[in-house]
Design a protein around this ligand. Sequence first.
Ligand SMILES: Nc1ncnc2c1ncn2[C@@H]1O[C@H](COP(=O)(O)OP(=O)(O)OP(=O)(O)O)[C@@H](O)[C@H]1O
Length: 793
Amino acid sequence: MESVLEDRARIGVPDAILLEDYLNESVFIDNLKKRYQQNIIYTYIGQVVISVNPYTDLGLYTEDCLEKYRNVNFYEVPPHVFAITENAYRSMVAETTDHCILISGESGAGKTEASKQVLRFLAATSLHRREMDRVRDRLLQSNPLLEAFGNAKTNRNDNSSRFGKYMDIEFNFKGDPVGGHILNYLLEKSRVVHQEEGERNFHIFYQLLAGAPDELLEKLHLQRDANNYFYLKQGESCTVDSVNDRADFEAVDHALDILSFTTEEQEAIWDVVGAILHLGNVAFKADDDGLARVKDETPIVNCSKLIGCDKDVLRKALTHRTIEARGDIVTSPLNPEQAVYARDALAKSVYERVFNWLVVRLNHSLESPESGRKTLLGILDIYGFEIFDKNGFEQFCINYCNEKLQQVFIELTLRSEQEEYYREGIEWEKVQYFDNKIICDLVEEKHKGIISLLDEECLRPGDATDLTFLNKMNSHLATHNHYFSYETSDNSKDEFSQKKRPVTAATQFKNSLAGLMTILMSKEPSYIRCIKPNDDKRSYYFDEERVSHQVKYLGLMENLRVRRAGFAYRRAYEIFLGRYKSVCPATWPKYNGPAKDGVMAIVQHLGYHPDDYRMGETKLFIRLPKTLFLTEDAFQKRKQELATMIQAKWKAFVCQRKYKKMKAAATVLAKHWRRVLAQRLRVRRKWAVGVVRAFVKGFITRNDPVNPTNARFQQLVKCEFLLRLAKSLPKSVLDTRWPDSPAPCANASAVLHSMHRTYLARKYVKALQPEKRAMFEEKVLAEQLFKGEGQLP
Ligand SMILES: Nc1ncnc2c1ncn2[C@@H]1O[C@H](COP(=O)(O)OP(=O)(O)OP(=O)(O)O)[C@@H](O)[C@H]1O
């Protein structure tokens, strides 16, 4: 962060806590805008990342960029989702605590893109070993698969997630990703049967029709044109420029293989997707009694073939209602409207089950084979908040979910920040903020909240409609400050009453959210707050009014005020001491005193200014990132020194070990060689004595003394080797024969040794293996000797 401070006049401040006028919302937004216009989409508030959707590829996620953010301090690099991910990852590994990254923002703000980059960054932390590559590929391939089945084009976003996703990535003690687990929340299944104007069904339907090979389509009795299918053409938007269904089908196909879906499983998936399309084409007409009759048998036949059920059973299931009452099964015929409802309910339910099964199956693929303690890093990409204009049940749930997330944000950052200062006995200026608990209570409070009222309404005898439900809410909630009534028509087929068992749907969702909140609360959170700069999906266009609205409901100004009034960093004394004890001689290498005193010693050793920190009951509080940054730098420097020391010790140890081994080997070799030499010498001497005797005998016999001044003789005598050999001969060989004549004796000795030299050379060259020659360095000697052959007398 410090590295980019000098540019602040041009590109604003990288962390909003550095803004002079930090209470002013327009200054805050202006900072975001300034940066956005310079293609800088990320800005911090402390450790919360604000991301403004650029709607264009700015080259922010290249491999180089990914490397740039690896193993670096959060404050050393410009703001980025990679930086916050690296920070969470490093804390997770260093402190072996579970973390989570919460990504929020309205639909189209860039949550899914951010979550993909977070996952990519984490998956790439592994070493490139085969097993790790397998895990990484599976983690990454889960995305295209879930997106195909769970995302759709909406008017706000061409690739909108229509389900909530929480993914835990599991790491082993070395920090390698070893597996993962996905939790999915409330799929917007109503989209299967109905889409708003300009919107599409889930991507997978279009992908199958556009990308499947002809044989597969034929097997599924499908035609390529999506306009042939009732469920795909209601939004009148079968093709979207920014979506390539054909290529995406291939990606899904590839993902299924990587995730080891069997051929049977893959076929079953396509059968069900095809069956839903056929089911949508089942139309009804009224017979004379006003009861439902199927207009055309073909879709029924095709659908029943694909789902493996008898066509008559399917037809009956769509046109009749079966009720079990006190052990009796009663079947009653439906009118065409009711049959359409039954058809749609079946399609939605089948699709939802396929989706849930996919997640279960994915989890099976992502299961870690490693046992032992794993640390978790969760990524939450929940559906984006949408302005409440559709009045749909799912829309209500999505917004309720976002309110709950805001609760977690308030709980974990704002309130806990204030409570922590209080608990730790730290003086600070209390900041007021809007607590949305009142909104959450309005929705979820037992017996009084909207969900309880909905459950009651659906359970009571008689027909429940939107209007009856609205009346109920009006009578119970009219005085609530945050309740606004709305208008509805008395329509018995409306959204709420369509939930045949709404008590389960709404309460189930409430319960699953409560479970999610528990998971999130048990982890160290990091935040990515996504902002949508405009409603037109336009790049380089920053609509200040739209941004201001989001800044407000995301509570960013409150977040900034709390952050600015407080401390940027806090850590339990034990953790801080554990990390930084090496920087201070008083705490290194051994320290047995209380952690707080140890931290105090470190702080004093590093020369913190008294205003820059506070010592709480159990934690150290550091006001500005700069101070922490300096501490981290000192630690990194010290780490280098320690690493050098360890390296030197290790190198010395390795060298010593090597030296000892060599010495032992040399001793063995020397012993061996001495024995070989001694043996050879014995043989040589024996041979030489024999030859000398024979030669001297012949020499004496011929009485042909060699002239000692002869040049060749001189040359031979000069040969050091011969001299040495001559010296090694037993004098007695010659002395006994020639006691008074040293010259002929020397001459005889020289001639004798020349002969011996030739013999030896030949013998060596023949006998010695090249490597042996090299080993004992005899090769050179032997070659020299061999070359000298022509000089023999
Ligand atoms: N960082 C980014 N860089 C480039 N384009 C982006 C980025 N973030 C988002 N976009 C563009 O904006 C579109 C919408 O983003 P995304 O799907 O992530 O929104 P979302 O918040 O997940 O929406 P929803 O809640 O509807 O799922 C993407 O399809 C992409 O085109």
